[in-house]
Design a protein around this ligand. Structure first.
Ligand SMILES: Cc1cc2nc3c(=O)[nH]c(=O)nc-3n(C[C@H](O)[C@H](O)[C@H](O)COP(=O)(O)OP(=O)(O)OC[C@H]3O[C@@H](n4cnc5c(N)ncnc54)[C@H](O)[C@@H]3O)c2cc1C
Length: 390
């Protein structure tokens, strides 16, 4: 039995490694000169590998019912066991598990050594698969026959091989699989056309982003960058953000509680700057005081109207108009191969038995914080289970 895996991102690499005990040949094809080129850049080089909070609600798909059924697979619950099986060492940062080494490049090197050592596995680098022919019992790729094919070709954003959706999804489409009508960049930093926060690049804090139209909001870590804001809250928020967005710089207390605490502290020579440092990074204190037109040093001297300005600036900061989300810059793709033609029990094609899918190529994308690498790993194990049974 011969298996071809097309694409050596995490989904392809993990599928190949999880086929260690498969009694047959496994061929892993990658168009780039190395495996895991995108994986090396993940999590700012530290790679978020999974999350304590993990359910179907953290994933987007056109077909939510399909995702709910897929999530009944015990590998989702047992994902820590899979991390261990693949030798992925991690540490916790709040709910996110990041690499113990915090070095994604070294992790890809480690995976590559495992790939090269595995007896049943042949790695074909610099080999772009242009077409797959389906026959009665199997497939032909570059003149070679394979019994099974696993498509792990990823989503729209490729490190070097960009193109429109017809180009990126040409292999599944040539095998009669449809792609979703909606294909869009997901998990993108918010890039502002004006840059009012540029001077504060590098500051991170826990903030709340709210879409004032649909009232959806996200609270998590935010990072001010030269171009706008990034960090988990911004990336997750980008997947549903509309035009009108507000940022709250304070999340530790409600607006009402903030005003209450302010008024309680309005006596003697209590410094307003000292007070604000309890709630926001100190580099942002003068920025908000300027916006609120507060030039008083002492809390007792701040007029009520100016306190209202301050609360507005801290809790309802209007996000300036943004650049449209684009692929280089997005972490993942909303949309992909339609799931209605993929079996939930083993991720095999309903159109071509023997053809399987894993990872981002499937219309099932997760939020920021280890969900997508976990999905690559879990879907790889579901496929590998089935291939080992046959
Ligand atoms: C900057 C950034 C940071 C991220 N950080 C995180 C994070 O910390 N945690 C997390 O969970 N997710 C993160 N993601 C998302 C995550 O990297 C992807 O969801 C994941 O890589 C998808 O894995 P994949 O194997 O399905 O696809 P890819 O990683 O896209 O791999 C697909 C591979 O297939 C190859 N290929 C495609 N077509 C062909 C062909 N015809 N022939 C041969 N080879 C082909 C491509 O060259 C590519 O190497 C991040 C993404 C980016 C861009």
């Amino acid at each position: 039995m011969k298996i071809a895996i097309i694409g050596a991102g995490p989904a392809g690499i993990y599928t190949a490694l999880l086929l260690e005990d498969f009694e047959g040949e496994v061929h892993l094809y990658e168009q780039n000169k190395d495996i895991g080129e995108k994986l090396k850049t993940t999590g700012g080089g530290r790679m978020n590998v999974t999350n304590k909070v993990f359910s179907e609600t953290e994933f987007n798909s056109e077909d939510e019912k399909w995702v709910q059924t897929l999530f009944k697979n015990p590998h989702f619950e047992n994902r820590y066991h899979l991390l261990e099986k693949l030798g992925i060492e991690y540490q916790w940062e709040k709910n996110r598990a990041i690499l113990q080494s915090q070095d994604a490049v070294a992790e890809v090197d480690r995976l590559k050594s495992k790939v090269l050592e595995q007896d049943n596995l042949t790695l074909h680098l610099n080999t772009k698969i242009e077409s797959i022919e389906s026959q009665d019992a199997g497939f032909t790729i570059n003149g070679e026959s394979y019994d099974r094919v696993v498509l792990t070709t990823g989503g729209m954003y490729r490190m070097k091989d960009m193109g429109d959706s017809d180009y990126i999804y040409r292999l599944p489409q040539s095998l009669e699989h449809s792609i979703t009508d909606q294909i869009s960049p997901s998990l993108c930093p918010l890039i502002f056309l004006d840059k009012p926060l540029r001077a504060f690049a590098g500051i991170s804090f826990v903030g709340r982003l709210t879409d004032t139209t649909n009232k959806k909001s996200v609270i998590d870590d935010l990072l001010i960058t030269h171009f706008g804001i990034s960090g988990p809250a911004a990336l997750d928020f980008s997947s549903f953000a509309g035009e009108k967005i507000e940022l709250s710089f304070v999340t530790s207390v409600t607006e009402k509680e903030f005003i209450h605490q302010f008024n309680e502290s309005r006596n003697g020579k209590n410094s307003i700057r000292q007070f604000l440092k309890e709630f926001i990074p100190k580099r942002l204190v003068d920025y908000h005081l300027d916006r609120a037109e507060i030039d008083q040093d002492f809390m007792a001297d701040v007029p009520k109207a100016k306190l209202q300005n301050l609360v507005k600036s801290l809790y309802h900061y209007p996000i300036p108009p943004r650049q449209k989300n684009v692929y280089p810059g997005s972490w993942t793709t909303n949309g992909g191969v339609k799931v209605e033609d993929i079996e939930t029990k083993n991720l095999e094609s309903k159109k071509h038995p023997g053809l399987y899918f894993a990872g981002e190529v499937i219309d099932c994308s997760g939020l920021c914080g280890g969900y997508n690498i976990s999905f690559a790993m879990i879907s790889a194990q579901i496929v590998a289970d089935d291939l080992c049974l046959r």
